[in-house]
Design a protein around this ligand. Structure first.
Ligand code: GCB
Length: 660
């Protein structure tokens, strides 16, 4: 029954397709792993029963958890191309036909068996069939179905989809002219949450995780002329997924980011990292070719007068090291980006990369060796004006421009990876970035598949954005409740982030608790992090604008303190006295009082109040003040700045002067 217990919490379905699949192979590999894991559990159970091991079940369980993590983590390899926007590609954005399928009729037969697992593999909506003669029965028709704009969440594009959680099928036809000797990849910037992808009637694979990119190789499958992509997107929330069922944001479903068909040479530059080393004396990193080819690779930074050749090893990898003489370092004040060109014998790619260092020393954060105060703001990937996920560069620029107007040099892109283009814009506009994965609130800490999923999302985020100067912090999660399994889970994510990238800070929004009038920060996870970050809602979720000033902070770590959240809801345009909840005056006074409270923390080096603009949330039903909007924005859903916007701006202006 021990095995039964383990199985009850271990949802095997989540293993299938966890990672993006190349030609569907990974799904199979995972099933084989799951089988061996099962056999291992059976052996362990009989050993435990017969030998009567003198060890509590919880201890055995933890050992098992470690084992399973190591076992499944092996399948986690970076799977997307570096710098997709630097590649030759066809955009598959545009209008896609869609079919809403709440019962998954296009996926399962009437005995609930998946069509794509049947002997013929046929029968699902991905067949994209048309009636051959007038007597034929076909109960769907993509051509006659409505269309929606991709990239774009479905909730904001059709009234009946606003609150929808379930399956929607999306289809796009396109014309291609594949060339001999080239490789082709079908690339998705993000699909929320689970995607099953079919190309010309054949299943390519599945992917889970709503905010990270994935791709499938389709070399040899792209036809001259007409091609068709069908995606089954499913945004149902599950307790064992990342994020879990409970969040405070809208669960926007669908293909929310770009879809591209990329064309590459037979041996291509699959990945590279080109970053300034911690000492600022060298530019370091690697170039990774797609195959185990030995080639000469040249890295050029023309305006810095740097060129150097490297030879890849038998795995196709070359370690890069370029001594630096004179460089204009990237900073929010001078967001200098250098053109970097990488040539291999068979491929070439260029990027715009900024070079800067970031480190902590005691309670200081040093950017290019100089103390910096992070004047930040939190934001979601959502446009308040035309509600829905940010749909393109103009939306993203609007958000970052608002942050600039507020006097920010820093943004927290909460609570999940935002669009790759957003980070590129932050590079260009000069905003430091806190990047986060959706390990939020109550995750299934003891489920190995859940951990593997979280680790994969973190890997994909770091893989994608590791060349962006703006990103200075990888955050492994937000407000997760302390327990031993959680500490282990989060601790492993911290180590994983450091393993993948040692040029940035690692952080998380820690747990806090109150003892009388003291807000205590002693979450054990803090030991492993570079920053002390936490959310505190004095004046809103506890106390009020008067009583909050009686509270003080007790931070148990000698590290820079970056407050990840504080705030209050205010309905834009609602004015009253400053003791009245939901009024702009209440929110404004709360901000003023927060500055008083926070400036008493000796290590305070920055903050990202919650939040730049009002955002949609199903957790916020108050009919007058909320109407499914979290109103903690400094800007209303109509784009109007609230009083507290100007108060925070004044505060940042004065802090900015001190850190000049
Ligand atoms: C938090 C969460 C954030 C919520 C916010 C709130 O602590 O991190 O996602 O939206 O509080 O408004 O309650």
């Amino acid at each position: 029954m021990f095995v039964d217990y383990i199985f009850a919490i271990y949802n095997f379905e989540t293993i299938e397709g966890k990672a993006p699949t190349r030609k569907g192979a990974k799904v199979h590999e995972e099933s084989v792993k799951a089988f061996f894991f099962f056999v291992f559990l059976c052996i362990l159970e009989s050993w435990w029963l017969t030998k009567k091991i003198d060890m509590p079940l919880s201890r055995i369980f933890l050992i098992l958890f470690f084992f399973a993590n190591a076992f499944f983590a092996q399948a986690q390899t970076p799977t997307t191309l570096q710098n997709i926007y630097g590649r030759t590609s066809i955009s598959l954005n545009g209008r896609w036909n869609y079919i809403i399928d709440p019962y998954e009729t296009g996926f399962y037969d009437y005995r609930r068996q998946p069509f794509d697992q049947s002997a013929s593999g046929k029968g699902g909506y991905y067949d994209d069939r048309k009636q051959a003669d007038k007597s034929e029965l076909i109960e769907y028709d993509f051509d006659l179905s409505p269309t929606m704009k991709i990239p774009g969440d479905w909730n904001s594009q059709a009234e009946k989809l606003q609150l929808y959680e379930g399956t929607v099928w999306l289809r796009r036809k396109f014309v291609a002219a594949p060339k001999d000797g080239k490789k082709y990849f079908l690339y998705f910037g993000a699909v929320n949450y689970e995607a099953h992808v079919y190309f010309n009637g054949k299943k390519l694979g599945t992917h889970k995780g709503g905010f990270t990119p994935f791709q499938f190789e389709v070399t040899g499958q792209v036809k001259q002329g007409d091609n068709v992509v069908v995606v089954k997107a499913d945004n149902i929330r599950h307790a064992d997924e990342i994020p879990t069922v409970n969040t405070d944001w809208w669960n926007y479903g669908g293909i929310t980011r770009d879809v591209l068909l990329a064309e590459l040479p037979a041996t291509y530059i699959a990945d590279y990292k080109i970053q300034l080393s911690g000492s600022a004396l060298r530019i370091e990193g690697y170039v990774q070719l797609s195959g185990a080819a030995k080639q000469t690779v040249t890295v050029q930074i023309p305006t810095a007068g740097l060129t150097k050749k490297f030879i890849t090893d038998s795995t196709g990898r070359a370690l890069i090291s370029l001594p630096v003489k004179k460089l204009a370092y990237w900073s929010p004040e001078h967001p200098e980006l250098y053109k970097v060109i990488i040539n291999s014998e068979t491929d070439s790619i260029s990027d715009r990369i900024g070079f800067r260092t970031i480190e902590t020393k005691g309670q200081e954060i040093l950017l290019n060796g100089k103390p910096v105060f992070l004047r930040g703001i939190s934001m979601h990937d959502e446009n308040p004006l035309i509600p829905g996920r940010l749909r393109g560069e103009a939306d993203m620029r609007m958000m970052l421009q608002w942050a600039k107007e507020l006097g920010c040099n820093y943004v927290r892109l909460a609570h999940y990876p935002h669009n790759e283009q957003m980070i590129k814009l932050a590079d260009e506009m000069g905003l430091l970035v806190w990047a986060e994965v959706p390990v939020y609130w109550t995750i299934s800490w003891q489920n190995p598949a859940t951990y593997a999923n979280a680790q994969q999302q973190l890997t994909d985020l770091i893989t994608r954005d590791k060349n962006r100067a703006s990103v200075i912090v990888w955050s492994v999660g937000n407000e997760t409740p302390i327990s031993e399994p959680r500490n282990i889970f989060m601790g492993k994510l911290v180590s994983h982030a450091r393993l993948l990238d040692d040029t940035r800070l690692v952080a998380a929004a820690l747990e806090v608790h109150r003892k009388d009038n003291v807000i205590v920060i002693e979450d054990p996870l803090g030991e492993q992090l570079d920053l002390v970050s936490f959310n505190e809602y004095a004046g809103w979720y506890f106390s009020d604008t008067k009583g909050m000033l009686d509270y003080r902070f007790d931070v148990k770590f000698n590290k820079p303190v970056i407050i990840t959240e504080f705030g209050a809801d205010a309905l834009g345009g609602f004015h009253a006295d400053d003791a009245t909840r939901w009024s702009e005056e209440f929110q404004d006074l709360l901000y003023r009082n927060q500055f008083k409270m926070l400036s008493a923390i000796p290590g305070l080096r920055g903050m990202t109040p919650w939040i730049l603009v009002d955002f949609r949330s199903p957790r916020r039903p108050h009919p007058v003040y909320q109407d499914f909007w979290n109103r903690k924005g400094l800007i209303s859903e109509t784009g109007k700045k609230k009083k507290a916007f100007f108060t925070l701006k004044n505060y940042y202006d004065s802090v900015g002067m001190r850190y000049k």
